[in-house]
Design a protein around this ligand. Sequence first.
Ligand code: ACO
Length: 435
Amino acid sequence: MASNSLTITDNRTGKTYELPIEDGTVRAMDLRKIRTDAEDFGLMTYDPAYVNTASCRSSITYIDGDRGILEYRGYPIEVLAEHCTFLEVAYLVLFGKLPDQAELKEWVNEITHHTMLHETTKRFMEGFRYDSHPMAMFVSSVAALSTVYPEAKDVLDPENRMRQIKRLIAKMPTLAAMSYRHSVGFPYVYPDNDLSYTENFMNMLWKMVEPKYAANPVLARALDVLFILHADHEQNCSTSAMRAVGSSQADPYLSLSAAAAALSGPLHGGANEQVLKMLDEIGTKANVPAYIKKVKDGHGKLMGFGHRVYKNYDPRAKIIKWTADQVFEVTGRNARLDIALELERIALEDEYFVQRKLYPNVDFYSGIIYQAVGFRPEFFTVLFAIPRTVGWLAQWEEMHRDAEQKIARPRQIYTGGRKLAFIPMEERQGAVAVK
Ligand code: ACO
């Protein structure tokens, strides 16, 4: 018997099976040969919310949730945040290696020259109500880009895929800035190709009548670091949406819009907006213990706390805390930081949070910085979606190159009725639902 195998005895039949173990997993399809008789479909796994199922092989992002480790392509996040620019990290995440000087120059040049949007984009942006949520505008307008690039449908052509990848990374800040300017009623600002990725984003957000926008270098670097921290995070809810929709061979604009929609939820990337609302609701440090008690009593969650994978401090939250100090030197301290620090202090000592291994996640401190820099809470999740576009696309590309992948299609355990006798309309009153 091979040592790297699993022996299963089916007590229904008394039969024994030996399944190979590879990379700490057994193949779910190997379970199908475990049957009671020839008519039996075979054994399946039941895993609501995929808490213990690997759906792909990936060499992009490594997370050790128990030790609080995050690496992109093998490089620790702390090192990348300290030494790289966001576009350098984007290259690493997409192509699997750090670019040399010539490669980086060409990459930055290509991204910079795809930042313009088709003029019709302005018109569909103008169709939104002035008070539309920026994330809803963002999700819809990314999908609408599919109408501008019909050739993107040819997802089986690697060169075509790469063209769309560059376009999407380049155009996300432009779309995001447009959604912001629309919501405040300002005219749109065109990209400035002399500026870096994040400086240009700031230019498109905040330029008014000055001939040339000059970004504060500390704030531009802080935004770049935040973008690095958000570039990828392996098979989370939005990335799984990207892969699932992309697996049907839908084009990357439509697939990415689905991923962004998944990100918008308050349990995922939408949490950063909710954290700010929560801090405002708490109001003062003195109210923190009462708020924690409320959460422990089952009334709501501590937003920005807890993670499916991290059962230790989220390494991104640590870097964000350091970045906050630099930002506050320019902007002045955001008073909400004191409430957040007090929340963290009490929660990390409290039995409820300790027992459940609930630590601050990336969203806990990011909003405090974003707000200090001048963003409204409604815009925070858009700020998450811009860099995560890189991760979504890297994962989408990896999926297309993976010969084992097919259209994503989970199974179910059917719990409804069967072969019911049809009830004519005149006899239906008072009929009860079959559960
Ligand atoms: N506040 C209070 N209790 C919590 C929290 C929280 N933030 N998070 C989890 N718990 C509790 C749960 O109620 C559960 O308690 P129980 O065992 O008594 O029922 C226990 O901790 C385990 O939590 P699950 O819900 O099983 O954890 P899961 O892995 O399904 O959820 C999630 C992870 C969604 C992130 C969750 O922790 C949460 O809702 N956090 C708040 C929202 C948030 O910050 N989301 C951002 C995540 S990071 C990101 O997506 C970018």
